[in-house]
Design a protein around this ligand. Structure first.
Ligand code: T5A
Length: 211
């Protein structure tokens, strides 16, 4: 059976993932490709409940608790939504995946600490066979992304972090792009939405050979 493709979008706050995903989905639709749009944390009914807790500014939990909740959400999302879709030949377009955990929890919270990365790598190892075929890292200076995000809605629990936190998160994505040059493609997220969308479509066509 034809296996679907798994594409994730990554980046710091407000870089334009939601906007870029909408554009990619429109292009996939026009190309006759069946797709499923989803997100992390969340994407399944149970994981969406965990998302509410994780993003609620009133939630007061330890870093390890946050990490394990993210993986509990991911596990349910994989089993209930992502794997069944891929097995049916449906492309999965996911707003954030495991790279966000390395960038936010490994770099943002723990500043790239080796013990924390080893802990996260151990948790990720169960998803190694299910990593995205292509990850599009939307790269934008942290303050530009935050300015875009601030125009839109009230800050959630992550968005309330100091700028230094997001500078570490950006360092995390940059490190990951160097470590996984084939899977992770850096997309310049500056310029208009149409310019960014065109760069993404080019990368998808080049990598996943869309006819
Ligand atoms: N998280 C997640 C972890 O800590 N660990 C994990 O393992 C995972 C999976 C999720 C939070 O959870 C954290 C990371 C996050 O903090 P979220 O609500 O999904 O929270 O937050 P984000 O993923 O950051 O999504 P945002 O909605 O904040 O940002 P987007 O989707 O990147 O940006 P978007 O498209 O909404 O655009 C933001 C604004 O900019 C405009 C848009 O119109 C919008 O107003 N815009 C542009 N403006 C100018 N030029 C362009 N090219 C533009 N593109 C978009």
């Amino acid at each position: 059976m034809n296996q679907g493709r798994f594409i994730s979008f990554e980046g710091t706050e407000g870089v334009g993932k939601t906007t870029a995903i909408e554009q990619l989905c429109a292009r996939l639709h026009a190309s006759g490709i069946e797709y499923l749009r989803t997100r992390e944390p969340g994407g399944s009914p149970f994981a969406e409940r965990l998302r509410e807790i994780l993003l609620d500014p009133a939630t007061d939990i330890a870093d390890d608790t946050e990490l394990l909740l993210l993986f509990a959400a991911r596990c349910d999302h994989m089993q209930q939504v992502i794997l069944p879709a891929l097995e049916c030949g449906i492309w999965v377009i996911c707003d954030r995946f495991t790279d966000s955990t390395i960038a936010y929890q490994g770099f943002g919270r723990a500043h790239g600490d080796a013990a924390m990365r080893a802990k996260i790598d151990g948790l990720i190892s169960q998803f190694v066979q299910q990593l995205p075929d292509l990850t599009l890292w939307l790269d934008l200076p942290v303050l530009e992304g935050m300015a875009r995000a601030n125009k839109r809605s009230a800050a959630d629990r992550f968005e309330q972090q100091a700028t230094e936190f997001f500078t570490w998160v950006h360092q995390g994505f940059s490190t990951l792009a160097i470590e996984h040059p084939t899977r992770i493609q850096r997309i310049d997220a500056s310029g208009t939405m149409d310019e960014v969308g065109a760069r993404i479509w080019q990368a998808v066509q080049d990598t996943l050979t869309v006819k």
